[in-house]
Design a protein around this ligand. Structure first.
Ligand code: C2E
Ligand code: MG
Ligand code: MG
Ligand code: MG
Length: 288
């Protein structure tokens, strides 16, 4: 019906477009309020060392509950990136993460290395390194306890000198840099030598392919060996099966992260996780 009549087609589209713009604006306003009210949370997902299965650290992932529903992190981040809220969201994530770490330490837990995802726009801000280091110190932590996860486009952006300045300044303060989702974009390991990258995170699409038999893991094996030759360590993300875990261990991967080991946890679940680690520790020691 709408197709037969040009005017009504236009009317339908325009209403749909208006509705989606209104929805977006509503989301942006809600996000702005959530930031102001300090409602941005983080979930922490454990990372384990392949060598002995011991806890090595966490990745912090942004969480926002809007009208009693969790907004997917990727959606939230892209909304924030398109609306100038990314630095504010980033600051909320940093302060939530550093606070959770402080609470853990007060309970006698050792958080290990905690990785925080950082968007390209944050790194282009020349105040970012200074602010992050000040926040780390203000919470009583040291730079060497923090890892920042950046994506390949960040590494490939040669046009922006601020990124290099920021990464070098953080690195000098002991903050480690991890390259997230490795293998999904166009960065090669040779690009990584330009920056002080310590960790490569193999994207979960490669991990998923491991037990589907594609190429028998040749790509993953090559990434791990080249990373090691360049003095970097490797984290595999998205490990969901025992078979994937086993293959990665045999390939010499350094750290493991994925639903098989633990899902991202909100603050209130972390106590139970550490108790579980303690219960397992004697077993791990026996096996090692
Ligand atoms: P990412 O940094 O690659 O984070 C890993 C994502 O994979 C997380 O999704 C995590 O929950 C999920 N994941 C972990 N283990 C498994 C598994 O075994 N199987 C599967 N299927 N998924 C697993 P999440 O939390 O939805 O975050 C999605 C993406 O949003 C992140 O990908 C990251 O790119 C972005 N993001 C999340 N938090 C932040 C943040 O604070 N700042 C920025 N800039 N980006 C963030
Ligand atoms: Mg990440
Ligand atoms: Mg990732
Ligand atoms: Mg990812």
């Amino acid at each position: 019906q709408a197709k037969r009549n040009g005017r009504s087609t236009y009317a339908v589209y325009s209403t749909d477009m208006e509705r989606s713009i209104r929805h977006r604006n509503g989301m942006v306003e809600a996000l702005r309020r959530a930031i102001e009210r300090d409602e941005i949370q983080v979930a922490l997902q454990p990372q384990l060392r392949f060598l002995d299965g011991a806890h090595s650290g966490f990745e912090a992932l942004v969480r926002w509950k809007k009208d009693s529903e969790w907004v997917p992190a990727a959606e939230l981040i892209s909304l924030a990136e398109q609306s100038d809220l990314i630095s504010a969201v980033g600051r909320s994530v940093v302060s939530a993460t550093l606070s959770v770490m402080r609470d853990m330490k007060r309970k006698g837990r050792v958080p290990g290395k905690v990785a925080i995802n950082v968007a390209a726009a944050q790194l282009r801000d020349l105040n970012f390194a200074k602010e992050l280091l000040a926040a780390i110190a203000a919470h009583g932590h040291s730079g060497s306890e923090i890892v920042i996860e950046v994506t390949e486009n960040v590494i490939l952006d040669r046009t922006n000198e601020a990124i290099g300045v920021t990464l070098n300044r953080l690195s000098e303060a002991g903050v480690k840099i991890a390259l997230d989702d490795f293998g999904t974009g166009y960065a090669s390991l040779t690009h990584l030598q330009r920056y002080p990258v310590s960790y490569i995170k193999i994207d979960r699409s490669f991990v998923a392919d491991l037990n589907r038999g594609y190429g028998n893991g040749a790509i993953v094996r090559a990434i791990i060996s080249l990373a090691h030759d360049l003095g970097m360590e490797v984290v595999a993300e998205g490990i969901e099966t025992q078979a994937q875990y086993q293959s990665l261990m045999e390939m010499g991967c350094d750290y493991a992260q994925g639903y098989l080991l633990a899902k991202p946890m909100l603050v209130e679940q972390i106590d139970a996780y550490f108790l579980d680690c303690e219960a397992k520790r004697p077993v791990a020691a026996l096996v090692a």
